[in-house]
Design a protein around this ligand. Structure first.
Ligand SMILES: Cc1cc2nc3c(=O)[nH]c(=O)nc-3n(C[C@H](O)[C@H](O)[C@H](O)COP(=O)(O)OP(=O)(O)OC[C@H]3O[C@@H](n4cnc5c(N)ncnc54)[C@H](O)[C@@H]3O)c2cc1C
Length: 267
């Protein structure tokens, strides 16, 4: 079984500031981390591998060269191999261009049975890349997974049974593979990486792929290939808190509301 984990490097959320001039995120001097939901995806991949040691976990990130650190974190956790998809031509990619580029990479890899992505990235926060990737690859998908089991079917085609969050609680859904699962904060326990694992990670293969390896038209890459563009990022304006009118005396509360509306010349 081959699992591909898509991992994104993101700025440490607590430190991000918005550059008022350019309306973009100011990432200078901000620590970068592996997106927490991508780490939960790694946890579920390692749980599958713990039950089936022959499972191969490949982790992939599309980003600037320093995104290599996010891959290293996944290799330390237990991924077997890594792919760094990096090229200036990918800059400014929106979720569509990101999904299309990752789909091209998947097409170039030997058969991938299961793709795991994080529920969302804590910077762009669109939760769109996973579902788009599944659509582009024309494979089934399950989102908001908190647990996953792999089952061999009678016909030998593997399938997964997924415990997923939904509005009312949880449900179990099954899907035949190949397929994509987006992962939420689950129950998977995280092993602290041993010093040996940290050393071993540095010996593991990190393959670099550029736009030239993909055979995609330049017009499909990065900002050029994006259907949307973030023109401005700005913190929400903090409004004064609303006024709560309540209490057991309904007529008195109603009168208070009318007085407030009159005071504001709304009525
Ligand atoms: C503040 C802000 C707002 C943005 N708004 C939009 C928008 O409205 N529409 C839009 O199209 N783009 C938007 N973008 C750009 C968007 O962030 C990038 O396209 C990004 O690569 C993917 O979107 P995301 O961060 O929302 O990821 P999500 O879709 O939330 O990520 C979900 C999962 O997909 C995988 N994944 C995502 N990106 C990568 C990657 N580069 N490499 C490997 N795996 C990955 C990871 O497993 C991740 O956990 C925004 C960016 C910022 C910083």
């Amino acid at each position: 079984m081959k699992i591909l984990v898509c991992a994104k490097q993101v700025p440490e959320a607590t430190e991000v500031r918005v550059n008022p001039e350019t309306g973009t995120l100011n990432r200078d001097g901000v620590a970068s981390i592996l997106n927490p939901f991508c780490e939960y995806a790694m946890d579920l991949a390692l749980e599958i591998k713990a039950k089936a040691p022959a499972t191969e976990i490949v982790v992939l990130t599309m980003g600037p060269p320093q995104a290599r650190m996010a891959l290293l974190r996944c290799l330390e956790m237990g991924a077997d191999k890594a792919i760094l998809v990096t090229d200036r031509r990918f800059a400014g990619a929106d979720t569509w261009a990101t999904a299309l580029t990752i789909a091209k990479i998947v097409g170039k890899l030997d058969a991938v049975d299961l793709i795991l992505v994080g529920k969302h990235a804590i910077d762009g926060d669109t939760a769109q890349v996973g579902p788009m990737l599944a659509e582009v690859l024309n494979i089934p998908q399950i989102t908001y997974a908190v647990g996953i089991e792999v089952e061999e079917t009678a016909k030998g085609a593997p399938r997964v049974r997924v415990r997923r969050e939904n509005e009312g609680g949880y449900e179990r859904v099954q899907m035949r593979l190949p397929g994509l699962v987006s992962v939420s904060k689950g129950a998977a326990s995280r092993q602290v990486c041993s010093f040996q694992a940290i050393l071993d990670a540095r010996a593991k293969e990190i393959r670099t792929m550029t736009a030239d390896d993909l055979g995609l038209d330049e017009a499909e890459l990065g900002l050029k290939g994006s259907l949307t563009q973030v023109v401005k990022v700005f913190p929400p304006t903090v409004k004064a808190p609303g006024r709560i009118v309540g209490g057991a005396d309904a007529p008195k509360a109603a009168k208070e509301v009318v007085d407030l509306l009159k005071a504001k010349h709304f009525v």
